[in-house]
Design a protein around this ligand. Structure first.
Ligand code: HEM
Length: 424
């Protein structure tokens, strides 16, 4: 992992713009100018680390093309790419969010089968059934914040943005709410595995968290086999028909991903969305005057501050993207955060506008075969969570500077100190 840092550092010094975003703290805090610079060089820009797609058209075409696949075979990779991309699990039983058979790194035909099985239990109806729970949990969290000593600043991430998604995931997994803190700890320890060039310390930490989580999950599946609930994971555990059943490792990959993808991303939507509305009072006024704008506002938040900034693909045959030839075996970073600020699709892209007519064209949930399974749940949580937050505390204001998380793939805040009321 030290090697990856050296490679990124060297690429940065030689002018690689992708490496700049990965290693320069200022560019990481505000990557949007760098995305503009890369996009200005063309739809697909060769780099020292890998090719970069930043325009909306190029990112869409990479994500939708069947000439590109997810994951990689470490034995076939050049050693530099191997050091940059792989996480070598110490234990066969541990499955991280980016280890096979995780959906994120599995291709057809296995991927098609997993998606079919998951979509049989993660249905629109199942998500709609969570609506009342999301409302209830939101009210409980807001009540708890309101009961805090008057005038004391509150950390919106710790007290709200991280708790709502993890509560919803606990419902999906059929686990008691007292597991929430444990999930949050595992989640934040494991999140850096999504980043290229994580440090050795981060690697050991995430490995430990994933090992504990794996052990816990395996025994949870056993429990659900004996005593099924009406939650989504109980249904996954009990799938057993002509389309097949999932073995424990596959179950872990899917349930672990629901857990990780379910809150490590949504926490960022809630945190960034709250900060955007605090910083743009005129948009807040527009929403208060016309609450029917909320759904669009959430999509504009996803566009403007995409919780997942990038993903990657490798070409499995010679192909082209927007007229640029790509040789088989090339790696491409699809810069979602950059595609969502493409002026060709989103006029005045660096303006946050809850009325933007095509906000929903953002790629924050990816596109193509790996399109986010939780998109409608995330939208539901974003809309209910943020709407109720601002209805309850219309004068919400910052009590200090929000601090960004240290992760690169995932973008959002670690802490957001706020005053809940104006008459503090
Ligand atoms: C996949 C974003 C919330 C479950 C993805 C991908 C993105 C994404 C970008 C695809 C990555 C790629 O193409 O390589 C987000 C964002 C969210 C969110 C921005 C919140 C704001 C959720 C929630 C769940 C979820 C709430 C489940 C409860 C998944 C799963 C996949 C996925 C299972 C894998 C799909 C596959 O590979 O076929 N998400 N997600 N996500 N997401 Fe989400």
């Amino acid at each position: 992992h030290g090697v990856a840092r050296v490679v990124i550092g060297r690429a940065h010094r030689k002018g690689d713009l992708h490496a700049r975003i990965l290693s320069d703290p200022a560019a990481r805090a505000d990557p949007y100018a760098t995305y503009d610079e890369i996009r200005a060089r063309g739809p697909l820009v060769p780099g020292r680390l890998m090719m970069q797609a930043v325009s909306h058209e190029a990112v869409t075409s990479v994500l939708r093309s069947d000439a590109f696949a997810v994951g990689f075979d470490p034995d076939e990779m050049p050693w530099v790419a191997r050091h940059l991309l792989t996480r070598v699990a110490a234990d066969e039983r541990i499955v991280g969010p980016i280890d096979p058979p995780s959906l994120l790194v599995t291709n057809a035909p296995d991927h098609t089968r997993y998606r079919r099985l998951v979509s049989r239990v993660f249905t629109a109806k199942a998500v709609e059934a969570l609506r009342a729970r999301v409302e209830e949990r939101t009210t409980e969290l807001l009540d708890a914040m309101a009961a805090r000593p008057h005038g004391e600043p509150v950390d919106l991430v710790a007290e709200f943005a991280s708790l709502l998604p993890v509560t919803v995931i606990a419902e999906i997994l059929g686990v008691p709410l007292d597991m929430r803190r444990q999930f949050l700890t595992w989640g934040s320890m494991a999140a850096p595995v999504l980043d290229i060039g994580l440090s050795y310390r981060q690697f050991v930490e995430s490995e430990t968290a994933l090992e504990e989580m794996s052990d816990w999950m395996y025994s949870h599946f056993e429990r659900l086999r004996r005593e099924p609930g009406d939650d989504i994971v109980s249904k996954l555990v009990h799938l057993d028909d002509e389309s097949g059943k999932l073995d424990d490792r596959e179950l872990l990959a899917i349930a672990g991903l629901l857990l990780a993808a379910g809150f490590e991303t949504t926490v960022n939507l809630l945190g960034s969305g709250a900060v955007l509305l605090i910083e743009n009072p005129e948009e807040r006024v527009a929403l208060a005057a016309d609450p029917s704008l909320w759904a669009n506002a959430v999509d504009e938040m996803l566009r403007y501050e995409s919780p997942v900034q990038a993903t990657s693909r490798r070409s499995i045959r010679d192909t082209e993207v927007c007229g640029v030839p790509v040789k088989a075996g090339s790696f491409v970073t699809a810069m979602i955060g950059g595609a969502n600020r493409d002026p060709d699709v989103f006029p005045d892209p660096h303006r946050f506008d809850v009325r933007r007519s095509n906000a929903r064209e953002h790629l924050a949930f990816s596109s193509g075969a790996h399109y986010c399974i939780g998109a409608s749940l995330a939208r539901l949580e974003g809309e209910i969570g943020l709407r109720r937050l601002f209805e309850r505390f219309p004068d919400l204001s910052l009590a200090g500077k929000p601090s960004l998380r240290g992760t690169r793939t995932l973008r959002g805040f670690d802490t957001i100190p706020v005053h809940l009321n104006s008459n503090r």
